[in-house]
Ligand binder design. Sequence first.
Ligand code: GLY
Length: 594
Amino acid sequence: MRRFILCLSLCLLPVALAAQQAADAVEPEAAGAGQVAVSEQTLHALEAKAAGRPVEAKDWMVAAANPLAVEVGARVLEQGGTAADAMVAVQAVLGLVEPQSSGLGGGAFLVWYDGESGELTTLDGRETAPLAATPRLFQDEAGEPLDFYDAVVGGRSVGVPGTPALLKAAHEAWGRSEWTGLFDEAIRLADEGFAVSPRLSTMVAGDAVRLTRFAPTRAYFFPEGKLPEVGQVLKNPDYAETLRTLASEGPAPFYTGDIAQDIVATVQGAPGNPGVMEEIDLAIYSVKERAPVCVPYRGYEVCGMGPPSSGALTVGQILGLLAPFDLAGMGAESAEAWRLIGDASRLAFADRGRYMADTDYVPVPVEGLVEPGYLAERAELLKGEAALEAVEPGAPEYDHALNWADDASIEFPSTSHISIVDGYGNALSMTTTIENGFGSRLMVRGFLLNNELTDFSFTSHEDGRPVANRVEPGKRPRSSMAPTIVLKDGKPVLVVGSPGGSRIIGYVAKTIIAHLDWGMDVQEAVALPHLVNRFGTYDVEGGLVSDELVGALAGMGFEVNRNVLTSGLHAISVQEGGLLGGADPRREGVAVGR
Ligand code: GLY
């Protein structure tokens, strides 16, 4: 395969410049600082993204947050691997080149459509709270919630990682390629070094104070005491060694072996903010298969990850609340359409805050929350002309008594999403995270440990009523991750997901609406400017949304806030004649297929 060298910021450049760089390409061996080798295929995919066009393919496609990771996944698919095989290889590279977002120290949710059986499966590789954790984990001695970063940075926020076990579980269930070989490219890149991307360099610079607090993290992210520049070659021999162990021994050393011991020692020994994780917490970890949550919308089934994620339920509620309204007729520029979407989202978030949590610990009215009659009744609230003044949780049908207080969880944008369709008709949608950018900032053996436990509510109760998403021993914190597969007549038509904290839900819902209601192709749908309303304030994307639309929404009574909304959507649409891929122009990802 011919390979080209180009600046990693190519995705931000116009097509003409990209073509010029291709013409100036040199051999990979000659690649210096600031450059990275990509295949011709990836180059074309990046050009398509820069031009706002979807990437076309016939047989398979992979879309993820970094070209190096996508290329490795593409090679696996090209050699006959399944989407599960490719995902393992992609995740191994993402943990190296995009370490701030996901990795072996984190957790993930995976939605799988099986091309042979037509079945949909969801796997929960979410982190768990240590057995010694209590509902007051994130409160001070007076019972007041800690400041967010006081909780995040250090050992207190670290949950038992699920990603190593999830990779193995997915491979055992659906893999065809040899497990050990799936790590070769990531090991090579970690040993030989990779070119630091603009996004990684910027994020390290922006987080320098926290990243320099712990010696191993400081040593890695500030080689020779300096900020890594864009294109600088960064090696991670510790990560290479960890991957060799994972390749040869599987995930066992992470849960019962010497890696587990190192994780516990690092968490317990974190200066200033130790955690309570013990070896038993890792030893009892398991990946859980959960029932997918599917909601009908415009003749499609929108399917995703149920609790402990709030993703599929909240996306499903938003779409279900919008079902009675003619969004297609209104169009993407219509203030009325965005009034409906914004207030549907607020109603869904009110239910999310009250009812959604880990079903292994609290009874969640999963069916009641997306029951068409309940949503139709809630949708009556949307029939006015102005923004809703007050939004309260509804009363879905339940089979256990529910008397929860509303939660108080804080989630910042982070995380990564992988969408893959393979040559066997399988589809995979996986959102993967270490929570905050750089997680807890603690590094063990070349990977960062998550701060996922801060996805629990910091408050545990209110007026004597418990919060459903409070910390409990062994519990999984509620997530917003919404890896989604949309089905038509039982077959996938759209594979999509995004990072972005609790805004993930709005990003994914918008992309589905743009594609299904407004007929946009996946690249247009992904790129469409965001308007996200979770709790009342309407966040609209920077300068991308017209003053006219912003003014109309303000006139309806919304408080509107222009904001930076850095989604990282990766979407593949499955059509009669092949596949179309879209990668979020807001980040460095790409969709590649053949
Ligand atoms: N920590 C991101 C999420 O789970 O939603």
